[in-house]
Design a protein around this ligand. Structure first.
Ligand SMILES: NC(=O)c1ccc[n+]([C@@H]2O[C@H](COP(=O)([O-])OP(=O)(O)OC[C@H]3O[C@@H](n4cnc5c(N)ncnc54)[C@H](OP(=O)(O)O)[C@@H]3O)[C@@H](O)[C@H]2O)c1
Length: 248
């Protein structure tokens, strides 16, 4: 299927030709080392959502890269807030993407990982009930699970009364989930940044002004600024910018 807004590379090594999926896949890639990649879409004026949802910010080029990043990861990490609010469904991939994963020796689907302090989660939500791979919930020792949750997900308790994210990610890696993709939301991103656990940020800049009202893509307690080098700038023909920042 041809893209309605082809994507090409602006930096480094500008090239006018549209990038095919295989080239995009190589540009984002997987790493030898374990990695936590965070993916967000924002407006030019830094909004996290339009009318409360990310969908209004996300055009075809963003959706294209969003899907490729899912194909590339072992574990898909999402905060309970975003899971509930955006009504996450089961993480499914198209047959060509599953075939690509099989060729790479990867599991057919990534594992969904939900971060929740309260365990206020609905086991009937499709993200759990229809999951092709049993999801993992990172929580604390103190949290009480609702009835039925342990039947549809593995509860991993890290931290006594709050979720220890560093310990949680270490446990995911111990389980073979080396390439982690975090799809937000802002409170989880803020906590991961504060704990210095973010290796990479893929940021889509949608060509629109959202106006005042929405929050930023990060939230929570303030933390120290951290340098994150720019790795590539891609542009879609509709004006969307796709930026990748990663530490060494
Ligand atoms: N623009 C984008 O790319 C993008 C991406 C994702 C989300 N969003 C938007 O973000 C908004 C949702 O944000 P949100 O305020 O709900 O933030 P969030 O980070 O999605 O969710 C916050 C909730 O997740 C759990 N959580 C997050 N960090 C945690 C931590 N360190 N330890 C334990 N639990 C943690 C907690 O769940 P419990 O309450 O279960 O303890 C917390 O209440 C929505 O409007 C959504 O559309 C936008």
């Amino acid at each position: 299927m041809s893209a309605t807004a082809p994507i090409s590379r602006l930096w480094p090594a500008p090239a006018a030709e549209p990038l095919h999926d295989a080239e995009l896949t190589a540009l984002y890639g997987r790493t030898e080392r374990p990695r936590l990649r965070v993916n967000f879409v924002t407006s030019v004026d830094g909004a996290v959502a339009l009318d409360g949802y990310s969908a209004g910010l996300s055009g075809e080029p963003d959706k294209r890269v969003f899907g490729l990043l899912r194909m590339l990861c072992d574990g898909l990490v999402v905060a309970a807030g975003t899971l509930r609010h955006e009504g996450y469904r089961a993480v499914r991939l198209s047959e060509p993407r599953r075939a690509w994963r099989r060729e790479q020796g990867l599991a057919e689907y990534p594992t969904l990982v939900v971060v929740s302090g309260s365990l206020d989660l609905d086991p009937a939500q499709a993200a759990f009930a229809d999951a092709p791979v049993r999801p993992i919930v990172l929580t604390s020792a103190a949290a009480e699970a609702p009835s039925g949750l342990a039947e549809v997900a593995d509860l991993v308790r890290c931290g006594a009364d709050r979720v220890d994210l560093a310990a949680g990610l270490a446990e995911l890696r111990r389980r073979g989930l080396g390439q982690l993709l975090c799809e937000g939301g802002p409170l989880l991103f803020g906590a991961l940044t504060a704990a210095d656990l973010v290796d990479e940020v893929c940021l889509t800049l949608a060509p629109l002004l959202a106006g005042a009202g929405a929050g930023r893509i990060t939230a929570g307690d303030a933390s120290a600024p951290r340098h994150l080098p720019l790795r590539h700038v891609l542009a879609a023909s509709d004006g969307t910018l796709l930026l990748r920042y990663a530490r060494d």
